[in-house]
Write a protein of this length. Structure first.
Length: 77
């Protein structure tokens, strides 16, 4: 899943690139995915290579994921 939030950048404003990458293998429902941690690591490397600061979470529980998302939103606002 990929989500983005875009705001216009005023002329002359310094642009900061921040990304949130979460890779969860196992879910509380018992379902699991094949390679999300590997994919998250690859995505982090790719984003960092083009100048993004990356917040990364691996195998997060629900509350940890909510906290990570809240921190991401706080940083981009």
């Amino acid at each position: 899943m990929c989500a983005s939030r875009i705001w216009p950048i005023p002329p002359g404003a310094k642009q900061h690139k921040l990304a949130l990458v979460i890779g969860n293998t196992i879910y509380e429902s018992g379902n699991s995915l094949r390679n999300p941690v590997h994919d998250a690591n690859d995505m982090t490397t790719a984003l960092e290579s083009i100048g993004f600061k990356v917040m990364k979470g691996l195998d997060l529980k629900y509350n940890d994921m909510k906290s990570q998302l809240a921190e991401f939103v706080r940083r981009i606002e």
